[in-house]
Design a binder for this molecule. Structure first.
Ligand SMILES: NC(=O)c1ccc[n+]([C@@H]2O[C@H](COP(=O)([O-])OP(=O)(O)OC[C@H]3O[C@@H](n4cnc5c(N)ncnc54)[C@H](O)[C@@H]3O)[C@@H](O)[C@H]2O)c1
Length: 341
């Protein structure tokens, strides 16, 4: 199969592309190499992918509609997976414009490019953040998700809505998956695990928001990739409608479905810190801080629809995933820091 994946220099896109290449598929990766975090890490991921002859990288921004359309039409993909985005909850307070252009205009350009491409399936990355402060847990895809607390979440929810209309109008089978706090080797420097490990090793304090009372449903990267690979093969259509109305999100108007990818395990922030301390065999210097603007108190996925569609759900224990991250970090950090100094 031929895959066109946006965001392959990013954390998730890199892992997904590598897995598909290992499985013998062809991958064209499209990434604008933005400077949101250490660009060196993106170059390292690209270099690892470049070792596969079936990988081709296109460096351009999603906002460059012509570049994107040309890249898609020359790739002739069977499947498009759109992961490139301005990610990060907190940064959307500082620089909302990056979210507007990447996640709205950029995603619209992906829909336009997909429209005439004759693909079998379009898959798009959305986020658990769109559940906002929903208090009923676990979060089900059928729950209302109309009260985003951040502009990041608002742009992702908007992307889902835009995609539904394109799916209906142009008959594009589309799956929008909502990810829940993904972590693991090659992870993002702006996320808690990377920051905590780095600071603890440098004997620097770590900042714990919400006085540690928040909880997250953490998803190990390999489990996420396995879920995406399986979902890519489940092309939304009436013939595979799930027989349980409480979980099914397949639209009655379009071959469009929303699916959570999360294991449904809530971990408190303090338990998370302890797991990191154990993996490093070092205590953290903790600075307890209030909730940050836009933070949600908890995330907790219902995996029922994912299981109904794929027979699979994420299960890697947090301690195992954190250890794998630490092992990678200890190997990679010198190269990462050397280039940014
Ligand atoms: N990591 C998580 O926990 C998590 C949780 C929920 C949702 N998501 C979503 O998953 C997707 C992948 O996230 P990630 O963690 O790999 O993030 P990432 O920042 O590591 O990767 C995103 C990639 O997209 C590229 N990019 C950003 N804006 C672009 C633009 N306008 N044009 C071209 N390229 C652009 C960046 O250069 C980067 O390499 C994103 O859509 C994100 O919103 C991630």
């Amino acid at each position: 199969m031929r895959y066109f994946i946006t965001g392959t220099a990013g954390f998730i896109g890199f892992h997904l592309a590598r897995r598909l290449l290992q499985d013998g598929h062809e991958v064209v990766g499209f990434d604008g190499m933005t400077h949101y975090y250490n660009i060196r890490l993106k170059h390292m991921r690209n270099a690892a992918l470049a070792q596969f002859p079936a990988f081709r990288a296109v460096t351009a921004m999603l906002e460059d509609r012509k570049a994107l359309e040309d890249a898609v039409s020359s790739a002739k993909p069977d499947i498009i997976i759109h992961l490139a985005a301005q990610a990060g909850v907190r940064y959307s307070l500082e620089n909302p414009h990056a979210y507007l252009t990447s996640n709205l205009e950029g995603s619209w350009n992906v829909l336009e490019a997909a429209k005439g491409a004759g693909i079998q399936h379009l898959l798009l990355a959305s986020t658990s953040s769109i559940y906002g402060a929903n208090s009923s847990v676990p979060f089900r895809e059928t729950d209302r998700a109309d009260e985003p607390l951040t502009f990041y979440a608002a742009t992702k929810k908007s992307m889902e809505l835009m995609a539904h209309s394109y799916s209906h109008l142009h008959k594009i089978p589309t799956t929008a998956f909502r990810f829940f706090t993904v972590y693991g080797p090659w992870g993002r420097p702006d996320m808690a695990l990377f920051k905590f490990v780095k600071n603890i090793l440098q004997d620097q304090p770590i900042e714990i928001y919400g006085q540690g009372k928040m909880s997250r449903d953490f998803t190990y990267i390999d489990d996420l990739v396995e879920s995406i690979v399986r979902l890519a093969a489940v092309i939304p259509s009436e013939s595979n409608r799930v027989n349980d109305e409480r979980v099914e999100t397949l639209s009655h108007q379009a071959p469009f479905r929303v699916v959570n990818i999360g294991g449904g395990q809530q971990v408190s922030l303090l338990d998370f810190v302890e797991t990191v301390e154990k993996a490093l065999a070092r205590p953290a210097k903790r600075v307890m801080l209030p909730m940050q603007k836009g933070d949600v108190p908890r995330t907790f996925a219902s995996a029922d629809l994912l299981v109904a569609l794929t027979g699979y759900k994420p299960t890697t224990p947090l301690a195992t995933g954190v250890e794998a991250f630490v092992e990678w970090y200890l190997e990679a950090h010198r190269e990462l820091e050397a280039q940014t100094a």
